[in-house]
Write a protein that binds this ligand. Structure first.
Ligand SMILES: Nc1ncnc2c1ncn2[C@@H]1O[C@H](COP(=O)(O)OP(=O)(O)OP(=O)(O)O)[C@@H](O)[C@H]1O
Length: 308
């Protein structure tokens, strides 16, 4: 659905994008993660045809963004990371105004707008002034606005920023509905775990370069394989460490007081077997627990270099 090829953007001497290349397939929820200033908004603005790249190409639905902006705009709904001020418009009037901008006939707008307000759980705020809405509600109204022309692709710049946990959950639920409708969604954030909860694929951008790109389910599967086991023994600690080191599923063993900390790379069955072996050998195991690896570390480790 989206192809980005060697995309570069400079603001004067500042190189915001340094040859970005990636593909986003139809129906994917793609999370674009990176620290402030990494180039996420720049990329999204180029895809939304609001900014011209310095060099390189970007295609949406096969249309190149600079030579076919009209076709691209029909395909995409864009929600920027800031929200304008609209003193005298109610939520309904606001959506009607944007619908009219897309040349949607009045009768059709009357039909669509209640559906959109319902989708973003704002039907009860239909007659409320936009400026009186909470931040979470404004975000949801912005989302409804980006959907007014029923686009195939949604580009959402930091939609969860500034939202409280409850508003985030609501947003996630709405995104699920949109995904179920078959939309391709691009969401940016500077928080990887937040995106991992709602996306299928994640790309990490740093200083204008894509440094990692991969599927979230693969990352989670990998995380399950890289566990840290913590075993507390009341005696024979050194002996237990030697026994653990001999096991192929253990990659390293250290000691923290009465705890033995072992990096484990295997499946549940092998973990069960490990505990059984220790018990059968009579080691005095008082406690046994596991922690999975750090999402960001594992993500970067297994996906680095991809796409760059
Ligand atoms: N209009 C502009 N003029 C000059 N520099 C700009 C302009 N827009 C962005 N930049 C610079 O380009 C770089 C990338 O900015 P961009 O907004 O794309 O990053 P971002 O990843 O979206 O960051 P954030 O998470 O803070 O929104 C930054 O260093 C930024 O200061």
């Amino acid at each position: 659905m989206i192809q980005i090829r060697n995309l570069c953007k400079s603001y004067g001497k500042m190189q915001a994008l340094k040859g970005l290349t990636m593909d986003i397939e139809k129906g994917t929820v793609f999370g674009f993660v990176g620290p402030n200033g990494a180039g996420k908004s720049t990329t999204m603005s180029i895809l939304a045809t609001l900014l011209a790249p310095t060099s390189g190409k970007a295609y949406v639905g096969g249309y190149e963004v600079t030579s076919h902006p009209k076709e691209v705009r029909k395909l995409i709904g864009y929600m920027p990371d800031f929200f304008g001020v609209y003193d005298n418009l109610t939520a309904e009037e606001y959506l009607d105004f944007y619908g009219a901008n897309y040349d949607i006939p009045s009768a059709q707008r009357k039909q669509i707008i209640p559906q959109l307000l319902d989708l973003v759980n704002l039907s009860h705020k239909r007659d409320a002034y936009v400026d009186s809405l909470s931040r979470g509600m404004k975000q949801r109204l912005g989302l409804a606005r980006s959907l007014v022309h029923n686009p195939e692709v949604l580009i959402l710049d930091e939609p969860a920023s500034g939202l409280d946990p409850r508003a985030r959950i609501e947003l996630r639920e709405i995104l699920k509905e949109l995904r179920d409708m078959g939309k391709t969604i691009i969401i940016s954030s500077h928080i990887l775990p937040e995106l991992a909860e709602m996306c299928d694929v994640i790309g990490v951008i740093e200083e204008g370069n894509l440094v990692a790109f991969g599927r979230v389910d693969e990352i989670y599967a990998k995380m399950q394989e890289q566990r840290v086991l913590r075993i507390r023994l009341t005696g024979r600690i050194e002996e237990a460490m030697t026994r653990l080191r001999e096991m192929p599923v253990i990659t390293s063993v250290t000691r923290e007081g009465s705890w033995v900390v072992a990096n484990f790379s295997g499946q549940d069955e092998q973990q069960v077997e490990l505990l059984r072996e220790l018990a059968v050998a009579g080691f005095p195991v008082a406690a046994f627990n596991e922690t999975v690896g750090d999402l960001e570390d594992i993500f970067l480790e297994i996906t680095k270099g991809v796409g760059s």
